[in-house]
Structures are given as C-alpha cells and as structure tokens.
Design a protein around this ligand. Structure first.
Ligand code: TXA
Ligand code: MG
Length: 315
C-alpha cells in the first residue's frame, strides 16, 4: 500500500471514511486512528503496529457530546476532571458503551477517552465526524513518534495516510486516569501532573507500578518506549562513562561531552520530555549502543519522564 502524506485534515478524514487508518499529530505524540465503529479498520491498527490485541485503544473525541455514544455514563469524578482538563493531554478510563466493538478495548468493559487540544488534531476529528480510536503511531515496542518522519519510518506502506504536522509539543503520551472507582487512579503519568489532578480531587493516587499482581492497565505489562540501545539512568552525570559508542541526554553536562557520540543538554524538564523519544530514535539510527539519561526529580512532569526512562531501561 502506498501511504499518502498530506497536510489537509479533510483529505485525511476521507481515508477514515473509507475504512482506512490514518496517523495524525496531537499535542502529546502522533496517533494512529480508525473509525471507532469499524471493526475492520480497528483490526488494521493492530496489524500495522504489531500490537497485542488485548492492549486497549484510546478513543479521541472533538465534542463532549460524543461521550454519549461511546460510554455507559460518565462518573462524577470524571466529570470534574474533564471540566478542568479537556481538551488536553488527559485520558479518562470510563465504563464502555455497548456500541463500541470490544476489539477497540481489548475485551475490557471500560474505555479510555481523551479530547486533544492540538488544533490540527481537532480539525481532523471534526472532519471525521465520529470518535477515532488511536494508539501511538509507532511499531509496537518502539518509542512513540513525535514527528511525522518518525511515523513514516515505522509505518510507511502499512497505513493509508499520514496527516503531517509539526513536532509534537509535549513529547510524552497522555496521563491515563481510571475513573471507574471511588477515587481517580493514575495508571500512566503524563503532562497533566499528579499535583494538578489533586488540585481538583485531592484523593487522587498513583497505581502501584513496581510489582503489579494484575496490571490495571494492560499496557503496563508490555515493554515500552525502548530504543535498541541500552538505556542507563544516571543520577550523577559526572560519573557516566564517555565513549564513542555512547550517548548522553540530561539537564546538566557530563564531564567529557565531546567523547560521546551524541549528547543533548536540555534547558528544563519540559524540553527533556519533548526531545527524549526523538533522541532515542536518532541514537538507534546512528548505531549508539548505550544511552545515559540523567535522572530528574519525580515532581510535575518529572514523574512521567522518569516513568518512561524506567520503562526504557527495563531489561
Ligand atoms: O497521548 C496519548 O495517549 C497517545 C495519543 C495518540 O493520544 N496515545 C497513546 O496510546 O499513547 P497507546 O495505545 O500507545 O497507549 C494507551 C495506554 C495503554 O497503556 C493502554 O493499556 C491504556 O492506555 N489504556 C487504554 N484504554 C484503557 C482502559 N480501558 N483501561 C486501562 N488502560 C487503558
Ligand atoms: Mg503506545
């Protein structure tokens, strides 16, 4: 299949209406979308990515009124969170509506829903005229794509269309919050921070991630965000071992920057998050074998950044 690259949300939406799958930018990472009510199109997503079929997809909406078609009621805690954070980088896990095929949610009775705030994403979703299910637009196991070129390098020839936008703003995937219980539980940290969620609902807590007996979010059990290179998290940049096969990314400079094959010193945690996945991909293309990543404090966006670094460094 030849993959069309376009800047037009209406052309991209036409592919959706014909049952094809389309990669599109959001403020977090690029997504790979299908019509939520078309089982054939949903199957194409899992095939194109090589994604395990029990890993559920997130539904993307452009209007709050669309919740009615895809959920079975919106719990009170979810209403409070969506009033504050939609549109934005937040996914709420809600009871699934009957009309949504169970293949979209990996057989779960719940569905993750988010409304992106990215202008081109919203234009595309409106042109589609229906909720769009979309995982990140990478091959399963690879870092999420933050540029349209990264999408093309993973999925060219495997999908109908790429809606071409800029490099994404946030660079890490959305915060996923389970709203089906009494209190909100953060299943995946992201750009809407724990601190911000607690301003709205103070009891909000993090899911246990270290030793889950049964993962609350199927995505938690799969290795994620991994470059081919070995990722080493370091608290003290001055103790990294500079070598011509290694790379370094962090907020502070290590001792022998010039000995590294590649290095990137970021202004702040936001920039570190925005550039991390692209840096991982460039390291792979350039044959780097070890990537040293400076640890950051787990507050604000730092919690999400450390989560992705830990997953990438898991053996
Ligand atoms: O920022 C994002 O969330 C991006 C953009 C494209 O929206 N999407 C994304 O999708 O990162 P994906 O499929 O790569 O990650 C979705 C995560 C997975 O860990 C999945 O298991 C979890 O959300 N998830 C989705 N639906 C769920 C549900 N019903 N219950 C629990 N976890 C769910
Ligand atoms: Mg993903």
């Amino acid at each position: 299949m030849k993959t069309k690259v376009t800047q037009s949300p209406t052309i991209a939406a036409r592919f959706i209406q014909h049952g094809e799958i389309v990669a599109f930018p959001t403020e977090t990472v690029y997504g790979l979308g299908a019509n939520i009510f078309n089982e054939g199109a949903i199957r194409k997503i899992f095939l194109a990515k090589g994604r395990p079929t029990d890993n559920p997809l997130i539904a993307h909406i452009s209007e709050i009124s669309q919740l009615e078609y895809i959920t079975n009621g919106v719990p009170h805690i979810a209403q409070r969170l969506l009033r504050r954070f939609f549109p934005g980088p937040l996914t709420l896990v809600l009871p699934k509506g009957e009309r949504v095929p169970s293949s979209a949610t990996g057989g779960l009775k719940t569905i993750g829903v988010r409304m992106p705030r990215h202008a081109l994403a919203l234009q595309f979703l409106r042109a589609c005229g229906m909720p769009i299910v979309a995982p990140s637009a990478n091959l399963s196991g690879r870092p999420s794509p933050t540029t349209w070129q990264a999408v093309r390098s993973d999925l060219d020839g495997r999908i109908g269309c790429i809606l071409k936008g800029e490099q994404t703003q946030v660079g890490l995937e959305s915060t996923v919050v389970d709203c089906t219980g009494r209190i909100p539980i953060v299943l995946r940290a992201g750009a809407v921070t724990l601190e911000q969620l607690r301003e709205v609902i103070s009891e909000t807590r993090l899911a246990e991630r270290k030793y889950p007996i049964t993962p609350q979010s199927p995505g938690q059990k799969y290795r994620h965000y991994s470059p081919k290179a070995k990722v080493v998290i370091c608290s003290y940049p001055q103790y990294t071992i500079a070598s011509a096969d290694a790379a370094y990314i962090g907020l502070e400079s290590p001792m022998y920057t010039n000995v590294f094959k590649k290095h990137l010193i970021c202004k702040n945690v936001e920039e570190y998050a925005r550039l991390l996945f692209q840096f991982f991909r460039e390291c792979d293309e350039e044959g780097v074998n070890t990537i040293y990543c400076q640890a950051v404090s787990e507050e604000g966006l730092g919690l999400a950044l450390m989560d992705r670094l830990e997953r990438a460094s898991d053996e």
